[in-house]
Design a binder for this molecule. Structure first.
Ligand code: CP3
Length: 345
């Protein structure tokens, strides 16, 4: 019998001895050990491309803060990078693509499907290496950005506050936006399939920029593509749980549908509301406001509140978005310990 993984059991809504916990962006700059490996790599993309180093930073939060699952160290933007867009990370400014997509011939030039998915070998090698080192009772989460979140970077060329270039396309040339989304969706399906074949235990789809879309248009431009990916994977790999994380969409909760296992609740959505609307159908993950990590008292208060709503049933603890780089490691450990303490049966 293989060793059970509490995290995978919890994703399927099974009873577990305590509620498992991990943190979005748990492998990152708040850890001095991460900064040391990144310095050795020279820059962030080199780190993503180097399986030994990426494996090392993937495992750090397991050893240092005691989370129940590791998340593959990589970035969502390696996908458009391998589709032929030239990605760089400019210090202090975040990700940049030198030639954003503006028209149909730009889309036709992108490398698609199997050819693009096959170029991400360093990710698959990293997964295989992690699986040789990760304790058997811990799960490895693989991930992708949603087609919409990836498209925002591909169209804007960088992060944006207004999304005006992609929204101009959404309202004035929706067919063009759908063409990008469809092409990205095909790559993501095969990319996630290869991640599963390489050994990941759970899939998370990050729709970090979901809130940029008006609720009436959210299904058309984002959710339906995420569901298409989930359904493709579920049909072939029903034993691999899928987590959907659309950030900041409380107005869409009534309309959520699709074949997946866990709904990631962001910090702006009250857990009670999510439980009322979705708790019977999906396991819920979340959702402490990440800035509470600056205070141990504020952390304990939120963990107790979330526990009183979820009561250790059909729940995975997490932050409601990523941990920030200036959080003391001690406080991150406190969060994990508190999640385990309040939920222990
Ligand atoms: O620990 C983990 O969660 C795994 C690794 C991970 C990273 N990025 C590493 C990273 C994951 C899951 C991501 C996903 C990602 N990347 C998202 C979706 C998740 C979310 O937070 O909503 C997005 C939108 C990106 C795009 C991206 N990558 C941005 C905007 C930035 C710059 C932001 C910043 O904080 O500077 C990155 C870089 C990045 N990805 C870093 C890390 C650890 C920081 C790089 C560094 O300076 O070392």
């Amino acid at each position: 019998m293989p060793t059970p993984k509490i995290f995978v059991d919890a994703c399927f809504g099974k009873e577990t001895p305590y509620t498992p916990v991990w943190m979005m962006r748990q492998a990152g700059r708040y850890l001095p050990e991460y900064m040391a490996v990144r310095a050795q790599a020279g820059n962030f993309l080199n780190l993503c491309h180097n399986p030994e180093m990426a494996c090392e930073v993937t495992l750090q939060p397991i050893d240092i803060v005691g989370v129940d699952a590791a998340i593959l160290f990589s970035d969502i933007l390696v996908i458009p990078d391998e589709m032929g867009m030239d990605l760089s990370f400019v210090k202090g400014e975040g990700p940049k693509f030198s030639d954003p997509i503006t028209n149909e011939s730009d889309i036709d030039k992108l490398i698609g499907g199997e050819e693009a998915a096959s170029k991400l070998t360093y990710v698959y090698d990293t997964i295989k290496l992690i699986k040789t080192k990760l304790a058997e009772d811990k799960a490895l989460i693989g991930f992708t950005g949603s087609p919409w979140t990836l498209a925002t970077y591909m169209i804007e060329g960088q992060g944006t506050k207004t999304y005006n270039i992609c929204k101009k396309m959404m309202y004035s040339n929706p067919e063009l936006l759908h063409k990008i989304l469809a092409k990205v969706t095909e790559v993501v399906k095969l990319y996630m399939e290869k991640q599963i074949q390489s050994g990941i235990d759970v899939v998370q789809i990050f729709d970090s920029w979901a809130a940029a879309i008006e609720p009436n248009k959210y299904d058309e431009f984002s959710w339906k593509y995420m569901v298409e990916i989930a359904e493709y994977l579920k049909e072939k790999y029903p034993q691999t749980p899928i987590i959907m994380f659309p950030k900041g969409v409380p107005a869409f909760l009534d309309k959520v549908y699709g074949n997946f296992d866990v709904f990631g609740v962001d910090w702006s959505t009250p857990m009670e509301l999510a439980r009322e609307k979705l708790g019977d159908k999906y396991v819920l993950q979340g959702n402490m406001e990440p800035c509470r990590l600056y205070s141990k008292e504020a952390t304990t208060e939120a963990v107790e509140d979330i526990q009183s709503v979820m009561q250790g049933k059909r729940h995975i603890f997490n932050l409601g978005h990523g941990i920030l780089p200036d959080v003391p490691v001690e406080h991150a450990k406190h969060f994990i310990n508190e999640c385990h303490r309040v939920s222990k049966k």
